[in-house]
Design a protein around this ligand. Structure first.
Ligand SMILES: [Zn+2]
Length: 330
């Protein structure tokens, strides 16, 4: 009887450990390249250089310590604040000092869809001056370009001409496939931080993490429908105090979903980035949506952006772009 009892206990233990394994399946092996736009900072016009420098140091320290490769995309117009130019150029140097790479995001964050091709091309060229010098001094090449607002052209002719122009200047276009609209949270966070409203900051961070996770889960599903597998993804983030203070929590969430962090060059080696793409539209969007629409599929099921964050942004007269609870931007 005692033996039977022991056997039963052993069986129960084995079964329960099987159940616990089944409850927490190992996440699939996933890969993502992190890109950060609007350097030296999305709020660079509103913040003094000392604060942007502190934000940059904090953000880059976390990324370096966690060995996350990043390309940062620059708007050089933000460097030209009287009396602060040297200090602001030093912020870009910090990115290189910490071992990261810089790309061009145009001089003034100009939209190809709004400006017309010629003005846009001029802005691309103007956006190269400082970063080219900084990269050359380190024997690096300026090789990546990110479209502001993800606007790639309202018609196919403009889109293709702009792409040919970029290729001719030695650029590889940096697409994006993952986007949790961090810039929308970042503006409200900045204000809450300034006012020492810690409750609001916590609420925003919780929402920012939840919305990123929902957006990433959506992109993974869309990947399967459009690409047939989950390609090496590219995540779009923006330089801000929100990221400086909380990117570690975002990286943790990504790791829990099975993501490893890879370089942008590695991500672009995925054949998904050669899929047919004839997307044109008024609104910029991610490349999974480009491929879906090219295939005649309508992307559906994107998570709604929290309305209260949009409302607060509007109250504070922050840019909300074309954002609505079910539309995407940047
Ligand atoms: Zn941008």
């Amino acid at each position: 009887m005692k033996t039977l009892f022991t056997l039963l206990t052993a069986l129960i233990l084995i079964l329960s450990s099987c159940v616990s394994i089944a409850q927490s399946p190992k996440p699939p092996d996933r890969q993502v390249a992190i890109t950060i736009d609007d350097l030296p900072g999305g709020m660079a016009n509103r913040l003094p250089a000392s604060e942007i420098t502190a934000m940059t140091a904090k953000l880059l320290t976390t990324l370096r310590d966690q060995k996350v490769p990043v390309v940062g995309f620059v708007n050089e117009k933000s460097l030209y604040k009287p009396g602060e130019v040297d200090e602001r150029i030093k912020m870009l140097q910090m990115w290189l000092d910490y071992g990261f790479e810089l790309g061009n995001h145009t001089f003034s964050h100009i939209s190809l869809n709004q400006s017309g091709l010629k003005a846009w091309e001029d802005d691309v060229i103007q956006g190269e001056s400082v970063i080219k010098l900084l990269l050359t001094a380190r024997k690096m090449k300026l090789r990546y370009f990110r479209h502001p607002f993800l606007d790639t052209g309202r018609d196919l002719e403009t889109r293709r001409e702009a792409e040919a122009f970029l290729v001719e200047r030695g650029y590889r276009i940096a697409p994006i496939t993952l986007d949790g609209w961090d810039w929308m949270f970042a503006g409200v966070y900045e204000d809450a931080k300034k006012r020492n409203d810690t409750a609001l900051q916590q609420q925003l961070v919780k929402e920012y993490l939840a919305f990123h996770e929902a957006s990433i889960a959506y992109a993974e599903q869309l990947s399967l429908k459009v690409v047939g597998y989950e390609p090496k993804q590219i995540l779009l983030l923006h330089a801000s105090n929100l990221e400086a203070d909380h990117i570690d929590e975002l990286l943790d969430m990504l790791r829990k979903r099975g993501y490893r962090f890879i370089t942008l060059g590695d991500a672009l080696s995925d054949s998904a980035y050669s899929l047919p793409d004839t997307y044109v539209g008024e609104e910029g969007s991610g490349w999974l949506e480009h491929w879906a629409i090219t295939q005649g599929k309508i992307p559906q099921g994107a998570p709604p952006f929290p309305q209260w964050v949009i409302d607060r942004s509007r109250t504070m007269q922050l840019p909300t772009g074309q954002v609505s609870a079910d539309q995407q931007q940047y």
